[in-house]
Design a protein around this ligand. Structure first.
Ligand code: SF4
Ligand code: MSK
Length: 671
């Protein structure tokens, strides 16, 4: 019986900390996303994208060949409209985050943001110069004011091109112009998606999906990139730092405050406030050693990458953190926050505190964040959490945590490969060209209780590492790898292919690079662009031996990310269900949209989106694609037997030999 229980838990999560908390949820008789997913069978018509509720004549559910909605809409149009709206919502979420960052930069430049200042002046100047903003003889605040104005203008712009498009490879920009998908203004593209999908508007599947691409590009090469740029300018461009991940980062002897969501504006101030002597003294007066901050989801990634603040977990661990009974306050901003947190928290002493003017949850405490009083509000929140410490009952914190080294911004990747005087992507390109690194994979995205928590992320990551594929990760996928111990220097290198291992040992990097949060997928676009610019791997992103994967996706933002990556030339593989799967076994041609996302988009953009459930098939197709791209570039075929005779492994082998043999191996003769 006990063994049966254990195996049930392992079907829900591969993370031992999560398993312990799921066990606790069962003991307490409380529900979690895991148990609710089991109780909630997905609707097969909606899941196939074949239900339309765009007007009051419906909802129309199309389940037979030749069926149409009341208005005559066909299945492919209904599926495309549903998908376009999901992509628009995802792009809106990311981009509104970017807008918030631009407004904070403007307020900082004009002295209206308490506690903020410009930390990365070099990045500010580099970006400003790229856009033709004068920098010589001007103060950082003057330059920042102009950059903020330029970025804010991208949202309401009506004509022309979103300026960040200029950072893509020249050939790609030309293709986008020819195909009519260059975004004109970020808000305009999102609004046009909503307009076109209203009853009686755009009713051509391909034309609808063209607008989806334009909107997604406004996210990846627009709103998200703005979010990343300004976060770096205000809070510092990430560089490697030591961190920890998993629920075991919560402390018995400290007030635990978990920040959750996406925007770094408030969480960075909470980090600063938690180190303030006034707050530390306040916590000590309450009987705690101090305030322990930890993050969930992408807020975690933002403060982990920059300050090494530990990550308590990824998306599916937000409820599990509360189940420890050790969290005094969970402070949330925007995106990926489950409503269920409030009712769960009421069973413990945890307070859920909403802070964004955009997000309220019934039953939560609302303390609205304002930049002009940021530090004051951050201290107010922390004092409230400290006051709650006395209400904590005996906590149950899993003793599970892993070390990691996050902080691989594209600037740092550039620097680490060449050092201060010859920073460049040349060594990375050379390693790929030589076959030492077979190719690259970006493994990103969420958790989804429809598949075992973290299983697909970690399985696919580990298998690709064996095949000498360098991995870049963001979002909840990155936290999964961190918890699995794949982001620590040399740890786990024995499971890495021989060529990649040599590179990791030579450069001193983990084989899985933590690149940031969801909006920081824009960093991956920049890495790919810089690889193109470096030369030797073709003249556009679609020629690079690289694949993007989101094995456990669930959010609409993930679909926007997939779409801008495809339009940028990448092959993208999603695990789990497709929102436009159709039911080709019951309704022929209900997979028209699905096929178009693959074959149609590949013809246009050189990238494609596919949904694959079987992890081994994901890996097979990833490697097949990488090898196909290698062959097209006329690079040597991947051959791991050529590598692995240098680096640390060779040193260890030599050290194990008797002295005479070691000398013979080193010098070719016995000396
Ligand atoms: Fe039905 Fe057409 Fe209305 Fe959709 S838009 S709900 S298909 S009538
Ligand atoms: S938090 S969008 S669950 S990655 Fe960015 Fe994680 Fe996906 Fe939210």
């Amino acid at each position: 019986m006990a063994r049966e229980k254990e195996s049930d838990l392992s079907k829900r999560s591969v993370d031992p900390a999560a398993q312990q908390m799921l066990q606790r949820a069962e003991e307490l008789g409380v529900s979690t996303a895991f148990s609710r997913a089991e109780a909630m069978a997905p609707c097969n018509i909606g899941g196939a994208g074949m239900c339309c509720k765009m007007c009051g004549m419906g909802p129309c559910r199309l389940t037979k060949d030749g069926a149409t909605g009341v208005c005559g809409a066909t299945i492919d149009v209904i599926q495309a409209r549903n998908l376009v709206r999901m992509i628009a919502a995802g792009a809106a979420a990311h981009s509104d985050h970017g807008r918030g960052m631009a407004m904070t930069l403007k307020a900082t430049a004009n002295g209206h943001a308490e506690g903020y200042y410009i930390r990365d002046v070099a990045k500010l100047r580099t970006l400003a110069a790229h856009y033709g903003i004068p920098i010589e003889g001007r103060s950082p605040n003057e330059i920042a004011n102009d950059l903020a104005d330029l970025y804010l203008a991208q949202f309401g712009q009506q004509e022309g091109e979103v300026v960040l498009i200029s950072r893509a490879p020249a050939k790609r920009q030309k293709l986008w112009r020819e195909l009519g998908v260059v975004p004109r203004g970020i808000d305009r593209e999102v609004v046009e998606c909503l307009h076109r999908t209203h009853i009686g508007d755009d009713q051509d599947m391909e034309h609808l999906l063209q607008q989806a691409v334009r909107t997604a590009l406004a996210d990846g090469w627009g709103g998200s990139m703005i979010g990343t740029d300004i976060s770096d300018i205000l809070f510092g461009t990430p560089a490697p730092i030591v961190g920890q991940a998993n629920l075991g980062v919560l402390r018995r002897d400290m007030v635990n405050v978990v920040v959750h969501g996406h925007e770094p504006t408030l969480s960075q101030m909470i980090v600063a406030a938690s180190m303030d002597p006034e707050i530390i003294a306040y916590a000590q007066a309450a009987g705690a050693k101090g305030v322990n901050l930890a993050g969930i989801c992408c807020t975690a990634n933002e403060i982990l990458m920059r300050q090494g603040i530990p990550a308590a977990g990824n998306f599916l661990q937000q409820e599990l953190a509360i189940l420890t009974g050790a969290v005094e306050a969970m402070v949330v901003d925007v995106q990926c926050i489950m409503q269920a947190l409030v009712s769960l928290a009421q069973k413990f002493h945890t307070e859920i505190i909403t802070t964004s003017p955009k997000v309220r949850i019934k039953g939560a405490v609302h303390i609205e964040f304002e930049e002009s009083k940021a530090l004051t509000i951050a201290k107010q929140i922390l004092k409230r959490a400290i006051d709650n410490y006395k209400n904590r009952a005996e906590p149950r914190i899993p003793d599970v945590r892993e070390d990691l080294i996050p902080g691989f911004s594209h600037e740092y990747i550039n620097y680490m490969l060449g050092g201060t005087y010859r920073a460049s992507f040349r060594p990375l390109n050379d390693a790929i060209m030589a076959g030492r690194i077979r190719g690259a994979a970006a493994i990103v995205g969420c958790n989804n209780p429809r598949s075992p928590h973290d299983y697909l992320h970690t399985y696919v990551t580990k298998e690709l590492l064996k095949q000498d594929v360098l991995i870049l990760e963001t979002g909840c996928g990155a936290i999964a790898s961190a918890k699995a111990g794949l982001m620590v220097g040399e740890a786990g290198l024995e499971h890495v292919g021989p060529g990649l291992r040599e590179v990791c040992e030579a450069v001193g990097i983990p084989p899985v690079l933590h690149v940031g949060s969801c909006v920081d997928n824009s960093r991956i676009l920049t890495v790919l662009t810089q690889m193109v610019a470096e030369g030797g791997l073709g003249d556009d992103i679609d020629q690079i031996p690289a694949v993007g994967l989101a094995p456990e996706w669930m959010s609409e933002k993930a679909l926007a990310i997939a779409t801008y990556c495809v339009a940028s030339g990448a092959y993208v593989i999603f695990g789990g269900a497709s929102p436009v799967s159709g039911m080709p076994d019951r309704v022929s041609d209900s997979d028209l949209v699905l096929r178009y996302l693959s074959e149609g988009w590949e013809r246009l953009y050189g990238g494609k989106l596919e949904f694959i459930n079987d992890p081994d098939e994901m890996i097979r197709r990833t490697l097949e694609h990488i090898d196909k791209k290698r062959a097209a570039l006329k690079l040597p075929a991947y051959d791991p037997s050529r590598f692995g005779r240098s680096g640390d492994r060779r040193v260890l082998e030599l050290e194990a030999l008797p002295l005479a043999q070691r000398r013979a191996a080193l010098y070719g003769v016995e000396v």
